[in-house]
Design a protein around this ligand. Structure first.
Ligand code: CDP
Length: 232
């Protein structure tokens, strides 16, 4: 069997989806798409225009016209990809607290999601992708060849985010980070439109006691097993 053409990786914030997907994509020659970057970039655009508290119609209008580009350029500053908003590099700006505080509200809007889904499906149709997010296996690519759901306890996820920020020389408060993650998880999993949820046919991977290389090895084994299964 060839490699799966599309791999969906879903899970809550800090479950390691993007770090792991990035490495697996590099090892196995996939295009890695971190779908949260689209919602974050749109949220940043709304903040910059003073529209972040605007109605769904206003945000959908902005989403329909704003130019968001994700490229594989990794530069030399530890980024996994580059995000362009109207051609401006916003790769780090979309990680700021202000974006994090508003992104779940923007991402819960039906019309915003449907236009972002169209962009994401177009990328998957053109490329061999590993796509990471919340609703990839359930809504964006329900027919993905392989689906994974990465999970970990809120404590482990908070600690990872904290360590990432400290390693990047940024101020961080473990308590606050863990609370933010819990709040975002609750919002993401209880929204009406395409909530964070494990697809019934996704392989569940608990990463609590695994290092990043450990999760990568586990996932590459799952991909290997997928290839070895008999064709139906
Ligand atoms: O990196 P982290 O896991 O913290 O977040 P992210 O993947 O960048 O996603 C940021 C936010 O975008 C999430 O909290 C969701 O509200 C939203 N999102 C979504 O609704 N659907 C996706 N496929 C990806 C992200």
């Amino acid at each position: 069997m060839p490699l799966p053409r599309s791999i969906a990786v879903d899970g809550p914030a800090g479950s390691g989806k993007s770090s792991v997907s990035y490495i697996v994509a590099r090892d196995l020659d996939y295009l890695f798409i971190d779908t949260g970057a689209f919602y974050r970039a749109l949220t940043l655009a709304a903040i910059e225009r003073g529209q972040v508290d605007a109605t769904e119609a206003v945000l959908a209008e902005l989403g329909a016209h704003i130019k968001i580009g994700i490229t594989s350029d990794v530069s030399s500053d530890g980024r996994q990809y580059t995000v362009l908003l109207e051609d401006k590099d916003v790769t780090w700006a979309i990680r700021e607290h202000a974006v994090e505080a508003h992104v779940s509200r923007v991402a819960a809007m039906r019309s915003v999601r449907s236009l972002i889904n169209v962009r994401q499906r177009a990328i998957a149709a053109q490329n061999k992708v590993i796509m990471a997010g919340r609703d990839i296996g359930t809504a964006v690519l329900p027919d993905a060849d392989l689906k994974l759901y990465l999970d970990a306890s809120p404590e482990a996820r908070g600690r990872r985010r904290y360590d990432q920020l400290i390693a990047a020389g940024k101020p961080a408060d473990l308590e606050e980070i863990t609370q933010d993650l819990r709040a975002r998880d609750l919002y993401d999993s209880s929204r009406t439109v395409d909530p964070l949820r494990q697809a019934p046919d996704a392989v569940y991977v608990n990463t609590d006691d695994l290092t990043i290389p450990g999760v990568v090895a586990r996932i590459e084994q799952i991909i290997h097993d997928w290839r070895a299964q008999p064709t139906p």
